[in-house]
Design a protein around this ligand. Structure first.
Ligand SMILES: C[S@@+](CC[C@H](N)C(=O)[O-])C[C@H]1O[C@@H](n2cnc3c(N)ncnc32)[C@H](O)[C@@H]1O
Length: 191
């Protein structure tokens, strides 16, 4: 791995990901080398910064309903481990379900990540609106899809269970959250 230091990142800004989950994504970035990435659900922005830092020309568009997310990766720039050129992020504040936001981010992406509204209705809406924008899509919080009642109002688990069951994508891969939390875990779909 090049300049990316997961332990350091976790110290500087709180990442809502285990180290293994971040590595899973880094390996996927190495494999598909996306030039433009869409992230639905910025959270603390540690992952956003990592996505952007992957390649010198990688552009990240990140949407969150809560404003002021820029400060998180601003802190990374202040550590001098990254430069502004490393961090090419366009943050969009708004509800991902709002048709205006859908219109704003419309485009072609090398990778889409969905980790925002986890309810069945909200997650399904995000999948419908943004899942089509890339041939590789990552869904967060799939953990427990084999063991926990998938009918709970938790879209990622139910979605991932039906994805695996129907097996109608070219390829899927997944990682569990090894920090032993009831959620977490990424599922990747390749069309
Ligand atoms: C679990 S966090 C994302 C964590 C992030 N992927 C990370 O690794 O740090 C979920 C985020 O989705 C945002 N969110 C929830 N519902 C949303 C919506 N309808 N539109 C946009 N963002 C939403 C929340 O504000 C929250 O920051």
């Amino acid at each position: 791995m090049k300049k990316y230091d997961f332990d350091y990142m976790k110290k500087v800004i709180f990442a809502q990901q285990s180290k293994e989950e971040m590595k899973f994504i880094w390996d996927l970035l190495e494999e598909i080398k996306p030039k433009k990435i869409l992230e639905i659900g910025t959270g603390c922005g540690a992952l956003t910064a990592m996505l952007s830092a992957h390649g010198p020309a990688t552009e990240v568009v990140s949407v969150d309903i809560r404003p002021n997310k820029e400060q998180n990766w601003q802190r990374l720039i202040e550590t001098k481990k990254f430069t502004k050129e490393d961090i090419n992020i366009k943050f969009i504040a708004g509800d991902s379900h709002d048709p205006e936001i859908v219109e704003k981010v419309k485009g072609e992406y090398g990778l889409v990540l969905i980790d925002a509204d986890h309810s069945s209705k909200g997650g399904h809406q995000d999948w419908t609106n943004y899942g089509e924008l890339s041939s590789v899509v990552l869904i967060h919080d799939i953990c427990g899809y084999k063991t926990v009642d998938p009918l709970e109002d938790w879209w990622p688990r139910l979605f991932w269970q039906s994805t695996i069951f129907n097996n109608n994508y070219q390829k899927t891969s997944e990682i569990a959250d090894t920090e032993d939390t009831p959620t977490g875990g990424w599922g990747a779909i390749y069309r």
